[in-house]
Design a protein around this ligand. Structure first.
Ligand code: CTP
Length: 416
């Protein structure tokens, strides 16, 4: 199994692999054991690259992290209660946890944690494919430790929980199961699926912040629509909010959003605005509370809803550019983009696209100071004149700074 670590050596920056070896040497000297665990092991087997490495130590994670951070003058974040630490190097970070066993006092609560063995630590995890480790110890360097049959499940393409209470203990795993299933093109194993359906009601026990994090993770996927469609089909989304559905129409909008945003990827707020474009204001408020949305994200959903109700005004060709600008300039760009994607009327789409691509960036060259130097008296008239110049520029009536200056002079002479 050294092959797995050879794969890791080949893909990691050399200094990062050297760091893992150094960590293993420190552990060896102290009689501790060190393992790579979780998603990185899964991705090594799947040959998917990544720099996120989680280490489990049978020993003291905090001491190891402190020593590594001191030796390399790296940043250190330590959590005494959970005996976990994160070391920040220039281009990557390493998470180290002390092997532990967990128990849940009630659904949705954070687990009680006690030190344990590597096996205990693997058993507390979500799915068999995430419950494997690779040894970094001299005695069995590169050996895969796979007590739950994760490797076989990967061959079969299955997402399988390790015990029947897994989803009720931690209902965020419902979204995680769906996310991995859709990311890897796997299937949720039948008994796991039955548990998921039986326990989806426990999503009610998840705090808004944790729930929002699950949506953030979904929206970071390459094709989030796959997971959302599946969550919609399994009636998991409706556990979060009664109005939540997701079908082919929304999937199509997500694809359009990616095309529009290239080379960037769509933001959390754009995907969210597309997901709940048919919500009314009350439903938006409920969702904002359930996901503890930031004021900014809530505002985007709110404005998207308002704009949607006014789009009839844009359903015509030949609208003056300055009128279009006036209608749209107070709305957030993300809200406008969402409306452009979700609206089916060609004239509306065209007008919104024209504003987003061109009009919003057209500004007059003259500013208030220059307008005053030309002779406009200090006071509200300055703003009015600037507005007229801006409109003229939007409508193509003035092009150059010289044109703008002439327009201002004309306005002054008409007024005097
Ligand atoms: N884990 C868990 N239950 C959770 C969250 C995480 O058991 N609710 C465990 C899994 O073993 C997982 C590991 O913690 O592999 C790390 O979690 P995370 O970083 O969220 O996932 P990754 O496996 O790294 O996967 P991803 O590629 O989605 O980041």
């Amino acid at each position: 199994m050294v092959g797995l670590l050879d794969g890791l050596r080949a893909e990691l920056p050399p200094d990062m692999f050297a760091l893992l070896e150094e960590a293993a040497d420190i552990c060896h000297a102290k009689g501790w054991k060190l393992y790579i665990v979780g998603g990185r092991v899964r991705d090594l087997i799947l040959r998917r690259p990544g720099l996120d490495i989680d280490l489990v130590i049978e020993g003291n994670a905090l001491d190891l992290a402190k020593e590594l951070a001191e030796r390399h003058s790296a940043g250190l974040t330590a959590h005494q209660r959970f005996k976990t630490a994160s070391i920040q190097f220039n281009n990557y970070s390493l998470d180290v946890v002390t092997a532990r066993s967990e128990s849940y006092t009630s659904p949705g609560a954070l687990p009680e944690v006690v030190p344990g063995s590597l096996e205990d630590d693997l058993k507390r995890r979500d799915f068999s494919i995430n419950a494997m480790a690779v040894s970094l110890n001299r005695s069995d360097f590169g050996t895969l430790i796979d007590p739950s049959g994760g490797r076989l499940d990967m061959e079969k393409g299955l997402i399988r929980i390790l015990h029947p209470q897994s989803f009720s203990d931690d209902a965020t795993r419902i979204f995680r199961a769906i996310r991995y299933e859709q990311r890897f093109g796997f299937n949720i194993e039948p008994k796991t699926l039955a548990c998921l359906i039986e326990h989806k009601k426990y999503l009610a026990t998840i705090t808004p912040e944790r729930l929002r994090y699950e949506f953030e993770c979904i929206f970071r996927e390459a094709f989030p629509e796959k997971a959302l469609k599946r969550a919609g089909d399994l009636s998991v989304l409706s556990q979060v909010n009664d109005s939540f559905t997701f079908g082919c129409r929304e999937s199509n909008w997500f694809k359009q959003a990616r095309d529009i945003c290239q080379p960037e990827t769509p933001s959390f707020s754009l995907y969210l605005a597309l997901t709940c474009s048919s919500f009314n204001q009350t439903e938006i408020q409920k969702l904002a509370a359930r996901l503890s949305l930031t004021a900014g994200d809530f505002q985007i959903l709110h404005e998207g809803n308002l704009l949607n109700s006014r789009l009839g005004l844009l359903d015509c060709a030949g609208l003056r550019a300055s009128a279009l600008y006036r209608l749209l300039s107070n709305y957030d760009q993300v809200a406008i983009t969402a409306c452009m994607i979700t609206n089916s009327k060609p004239a509306v789409k065209k007008n919104l696209g024209y504003y987003l691509k061109t009009l919003q960036y057209i500004k007059p060259e003259l500013d208030g100071h220059e307008v005053k130097l030309l002779g406009v008296p200090h006071g509200p008239r300055v703003g009015e004149v600037l507005q007229i110049v801006h409109d003229a520029k939007l409508d193509g009536l003035v092009k150059t700074r010289q044109d703008e200056t002439s327009l201002v002079r004309n306005l002054i002479s008409k007024n005097s």
